[in-house]
Design a protein around this ligand. Structure first.
Ligand code: ADP
Length: 230
C-alpha cells in the first residue's frame, strides 16, 4: 500500500511573547493508506499539535510534512485551506456542527466550500451520508435537537462529505458514553475497511488497542509504536 503520511524530523514550538515552549521534538513517522492509527499519551504532550500538523491547521518550525501527495510545510495559508477541504475530513470532540443549520445542511456545507461535486448532486450525497451513519430520520433536525452520539455521527458524515482519503479525529469519543463511543469506533472501523486512512487521538485505551496501530506520544516524542493484527 502507498504511503499517505510522511513526517520527517518535525519540530514544533509555540512562541508567546518572549516565551517559547517546545512541544514536538523531531517526530518522524510513516503511515500507510488504509491504516487506522490511534494516538495516545498524557494530556499536554503534543497529540493535538501533531494532528494539527497533519491537517495543515498548523505548521512545523522545522522538518517536512507530506500528506496525500502534498508538501504541507511548503503551502501557503490559502492553498492549505483548499487542500484540507478536499483531502481531509476532521472530527472534533465537541462536534462543532453549525447550530443554526439542520444536519443535512451541515453535511452539505463542505461540499459547497470545495465545489468538487456539481450543485445538484450535493443534496443527494448529503442524504446518502446521513443514511450511512443511520440518521435519515434526523435530517431536518438542528444539532441541538439530537443526542451527543447523533451529533458526532453527523459530524463524521460531514467529515466524509468530500470523500477524503484521510480522516483525522481529535478525541471523537471523549464526550460520549461507552455504548455510543463503541458505535462511533465501529463506524471508523467500517471506513477503514472501505480503504480510508484514519488517525484518531484518544484517551480510551480499549479503543486504542482495537485500532490497527497504536502510537504513544510522551513529551513530544514517539514513545511507542505498535501494530495490531486483526
Ligand atoms: P495534547 O493533545 O497531548 O493534550 P497539545 O498538543 O494540545 O497536547 O499541547 C501540547 C503543549 O502545547 C501544551 O503545553 C499546550 O499548552 C501547548 N500548546 C498547544 N497549542 C498551543 C498554542 N496554540 N499556543 C501556545 N501553546 C500551545
Amino acid at each position: 500500500m502507498p504511503t499517505i503520511i510522511q513526517l520527517d524530523n518535525v519540530h514544533k514550538a509555540y512562541t508567546l511573547g518572549q516565551i517559547t515552549t517546545p512541544v514536538l521534538h523531531g517526530i518522524s513517522l510513516t503511515i500507510t493508506t488504509g491504516e487506522f492509527v490511534a494516538i495516545v499519551g498524557p494530556s499536554g504532550n503534543g497529540k493535538s499539535t501533531l494532528l494539527n500538523l497533519l491537517t495543515g491547521i498548523d505548521r512545523p518550525c522545522q522538518g517536512q510534512v507530506q500528506v496525500n501527495g502534498a508538501a504541507l510545510h511548503k503551502l501557503k495559508e490559502e492553498q492549505l485551506s483548499k487542500w484540507r477541504g478536499a483531502n481531509v475530513g476532521i472530527v472534533f470532540q465537541f462536534f462543532q456542527l453549525l447550530p443554526s443549520l439542520n444536519l443535512l445542511q451541515n453535511i452539505q456545507l463542505p461540499m459547497d466550500f470545495v465545489g468538487k461535486l456539481p450543485k445538484r448532486e450535493r443534496l443527494e450525497r448529503a442524504r446518502y451520508l446521513l443514511n450511512l451513519v443511520g440518521l435519515d430520520a434526523q435530517a431536518k433536525q438542528l444539532p441541538g435537537q439530537v443526542s451527543g452520539g447523533q451529533q458526532q455521527r453527523a459530524a463524521i458524515a460531514r467529515a466524509l462529505a468530500n470523500d477524503p482519503a484521510l480522516i483525522v479525529a481529535d478525541e471523537p469519543t471523549g464526550n460520549l458514553d461507552t455504548a455510543t463511543a463503541n458505535a462511533v469506533f465501529e463506524l471508523f472501523s467500517t471506513l477503514q475497511q472501505q480503504g480510508k486512512t484514519l488517525v484518531m487521538v484518544t484517551h480510551n485505551e480499549e479503543l486504542a488497542q482495537s485500532a490497527s496501530r497504536r502510537i504513544a506520544i510522551h513529551a513530544g516524542r514517539i514513545h511507542q509504536d505498535s501494530l495490531h493484527s486483526e
